[in-house]
Design a protein around this ligand. Structure first.
Ligand code: FNR
Length: 364
């Protein structure tokens, strides 16, 4: 009998061959300036190529900025111009060749933009060191180490909607078959959702409906851009981990139900990122209960992510109805072949790339 992990899943016009998906993970490895700014390069080709030969059902390429000022760091990938589209084609062509569905996370970092990459020491980057002024729902810095952002005008908020829709169009041009909107981890859309970071008094701030307005407008605009056949996912932080204040699990459930009505096909369920000193009880599968709750209370398919590292653990999450798919992050950095090893352990067929067929038969 086929395992849960290796049962395909259909979302709109796309069938994903298995339920082990690669979580989006920034590489901070693109050029920061010049014509190749934000363009996938040899590092990205090798990194995603190695994971593709490992055989996950779908790869979500890292947070890719919809606009230059939406980059977390100057080294982020982008998808706001044609040179970037061309670079992304190198990634999607190889994924497809390996039978992996190419997906992309489109993102705007909001008030957490313009920071240096960890490899360069991290921290806020001033404009005179290659940074820029970040933007946000309100002029409230994420932390003492972050710049105070510019409060977006209502017109500028509409510009953000257009930027996400344009990024979705370019993503399809680049060969991506699944679009994930990043609305988690304290980046721009999460900042609008959470009362911690959104103190606006216009139609985009205040009560739940107003705080949810921008993500829902983006869901509509992306859906209108990609048509009816392309799956659209949202990554949400299910809680700010300061309940009952902040963004809460109850509000996430409400939002998930609305996103479903607005044409979203799956919620990729993470947590946190909008409050620097929140206490997060992390441990194996610690975010699964949020994915399970959303799935049961709204009927919306969900993905579970966060310290999922063992084959039987992942299989059990699906078997118990905790989620529809699992996403693996760091484990796939450690071991790109995890999906193939899982198939072997579970007795599911998962043939190696044709070039490696002579390695199919293991020594007795
Ligand atoms: C991440 N994570 C992340 N999340 C996201 O939504 N977009 C991103 O671009 C990134 N970037 C990123 C880079 C690196 C190096 C790591 C380790 C993590 C979070 C990631 O997708 C995932 O949710 C967490 O890592 C938890 O899952 P694991 O690693 O415990 O399987």
């Amino acid at each position: 009998m086929t395992s849960n992990l290796f049962t395909s899943i259909a979302l709109r016009g796309t069938t994903v061959p298995n339920r082990i998906w690669m979580a989006p993970m920034c590489q901070y490895s693109a050029e920061a300036t010049g014509p190749a700014t934000g363009v996938p390069n040899d590092w990205h080709v090798q990194h995603y190529g190695a994971r593709a030969t490992g055989g996950p059902g779908l790869i979500l390429v890292e947070a890719t900025a919809v606009a230059p000022e939406g980059r977390i760091s100057p080294y982020d990938l982008g998808i706001w111009n044609d040179a970037q589209v061309e670079g992304h084609r190198r990634l999607t062509a190889f994924m497809r060749d390996q039978g992996v569905v190419p997906g992309i996370q489109i993102a705007h970092a909001g008030r957490k933009a313009s920071t240096d990459s960890e490899a360069h020491g991290g921290g806020s980057l001033d404009p005179d060191r290659g940074g820029w002024e970040p933007v946000a729902p309100s002029a409230i810095a994420f932390s003492g180490g972050h710049a105070v952002p510019h409060e977006l005008s209502a017109d500028e908020v509409r510009g953000v909607v257009t930027a996400f829709a344009d990024a979705a169009r370019r993503s399809l041009d680049a060969g991506y078959e699944v679009i994930e909107v990043h609305a988690a981890h304290g980046y721009l859309l999460h900042e609008f959702l959470s009362p911690v970071s959104n103190r606006r008094e216009d139609a985009y701030g205040g009560d739940f409906e107003n705080r949810a307005r921008l993500p829902l407008e983006i869901a509509d605009a992306v859906r209108a851009t990609v048509g009816e056949q392309v799956p659209v996912l949202f990554r949400l932080s299910a809680t700010d981990w300061i309940e009952p204040e902040g963004w809460t699990a109850d509000q996430t459930v409400r939002l998930a139900a609305l996103l479903r009505e607005h044409g979203v096909d799956l919620i990729d369920v993470s947590t946190g990122g909008n409050v620097p000193d929140a206490r997060i009880p992390s441990g194996p599968g610690y975010q699964v209960p949020f994915a399970e709750r959303i799935r049961h209370e709204t009927g919306m398919p969900t993905g579970a992510v966060g310290i999922i590292t063992e084959v039987q653990q992942a299989e059990k999450i699906l078997a118990d109805g905790g989620a529809d798919v699992v996403l693996l992050g760091r484990e796939l950095l450690r071991n790109p072949y995890w999906p193939r090893q899982a198939a072997h352990e579970l007795g599911d067929p998962h043939p190696l790339p044709r070039q490696y067929r002579r390695a199919e038969r293991r020594p007795a």
